[in-house]
Design a protein. Structure first.
Length: 435
């Protein structure tokens, strides 16, 4: 990573949070801050369509007739006045034509007593907007204020960290950063959600979608919006954000220059441009000198087209870690044609042959990915680019790919390492934390 990048990001963050910058932005809803794009042009509804509370997976099968009906509904209930979007409290949600993945979103709103609204991210509810004085909603946590991920089933991120709403009649300002499913929200300059995972309302068994539309919800009370600005976050910044917002106590496993602190298949790996790379045509397990029981490890990896490697978990020091270790977590270019017909327990992030990870969150071959793995007892969690793709208890698994036994699955300690399979896969920024 470029050393000056954090300074640039910090300067941008300070600029956006300054009162002068916000005042300048409020002068014109179509004039975005540097690096941002206006979602709303301040004049009309160009770039938006109407859509109700709808599972995004059903949009493609929605008839054109129904889409036109929702479009007409949008034009009835949504208007533009003096550079401000106004909804009368009824009708379909205002929905961006474009889909977004990792973003920073700035948006102002003003609403009325007893209104209930929100912002859908990736077509999913929602960053909540409440009337925190409405006693009827106290049972739902409305008195805690706006800005949290109220539709989360878990308590993490469900309620705001502080009550930050302004009195009715005043404009409220959101800053939302979402990288993968990891979501942080600031309301009126106060952080109300801190790096919480936004859950998939539509499918609790699956992670949040990798991308989707932004929707402004209507829910029975007039609401106005202005200064809708968005910035798409690139992979370098996303990886940096995820690392900096992981508040653990990690120790570096790699000095960036040589393989000090590593053993095993040392001759089959090399250090290139600050990364450990498996030599082309070579393999074997390169592993730590220390053993670990419960731990979290975070790292970045880059896969060439068709590349294959793995993370050795509780490896005993010899043998095939996929079977003699707790497991091998796949590191694989999922989308390459030669892997089209694999068992689901062979794709990226899976505990090889044991437990399948969710697909669709790996970046294209050649890009750097950020991954965190947490091993506690017999459970293992894999978070890829901010989205959890595997969370399971391997002790409960008794069916294996090709009916092949995994005698090491229940190991309680071992080495961490890389299981090379002849491809020049790279790893860098490797940190570990004993749990």
């Amino acid at each position: 990573m470029k050393l000056h990048f954090g300074l640039i990001l910090s300067s941008l963050t300070l600029l956006l949070s300054s009162p002068v910058a916000r005042l300048l932005a409020q002068q014109n809803s179509s004039n975005p801050p540097s690096g941002f794009t206006a979602l709303f042009n301040g004049k009309d509804l160009e770039g938006w369509h109407g859509r109700p509370h709808l599972d995004p997976r059903k949009w493609a099968e929605t008839s054109e007739e129904k889409k036109q009906e929702w479009l007409a509904d949008m034009r009835t209930h949504w208007t533009v006045s003096d550079g401000v979007l106004v909804n009368d409290g009824h009708g379909v949600f205002l929905t961006s034509n474009k889909e977004y993945g990792d973003i920073e979103l700035l948006i102002d709103y003003k609403t009325v007593p007893k209104a209930d609204s929100g912002i859908y991210l990736r077509g999913t509810p929602q960053v909540q907007i409440w009337d925190h004085t409405n006693e009827k909603e106290f049972k739902n946590g409305g008195d805690k204020g706006s800005g949290a991920l109220w539709n989360n089933k878990s308590d993490l991120g469900k309620f705001p960290l502080v009550l930050a709403d302004k009195p009715f009649g005043e404009w409220n300002s959101f800053r939302i950063v979402q990288v993968g499913a990891r979501t942080s929200v600031w309301l009126n300059g106060q952080q109300v959600v801190d790096n919480a995972i936004m859950e998939n309302f539509w499918d609790a068994a699956s992670p949040l979608f990798s991308k989707g539309v932004i929707q402004l919800q209507t829910h029975g009370g007039e609401i106005a919006w202005r200064n809708l600005f968005i910035r798409e976050i690139d992979t370098e910044e996303a990886n940096k954000w995820l690392r900096e917002n992981d508040k653990g106590s990690y120790t570096s496993l790699f000095n960036g220059t040589d393989l000090s602190g590593w053993k095993g298949a040392v001759d089959n790996y090399e250090v290139v441009d600050g990364a450990i790379r498996c030599k082309s045509g070579h393999g074997g397990v390169l592993h730590t000198t220390d053993e670990y029981s419960d731990f979290s490890v975070r790292l970045e990896f880059q896969i060439p087209p068709g590349g294959n490697n793995g993370l050795a978990i509780r490896y005993p020091g010899k043998g095939d870690t996929a079977y003699v270790g707790m497991c091998e977590l796949q590191v694989l270019d999922n989308e390459h044609p030669k892997y089209a017909n694999l068992d689901v327990r062979q794709y990226h992030g899976s505990a090889y042959g044991i437990a399948a990870a969710k697909r669709g969150y790996l970046r294209p071959a050649g890009q750097w990915n950020y991954q965190k793995v947490t091993v506690i007892g017999s459970t293992i969690r894999v978070e890829l680019n901010g989205t959890e793709i595997l969370h399971g208890d391997l002790s409960l698994v008794n069916e294996y790919m090709a009916k092949s036994p995994h005698p090491g699955k229940d190991r309680v300690s071992g080495y961490f390492g890389f299981a090379g399979h002849n491809d020049p896969v790279r790893f860098r920024a490797i940190d570990i934390q004993a749990e």
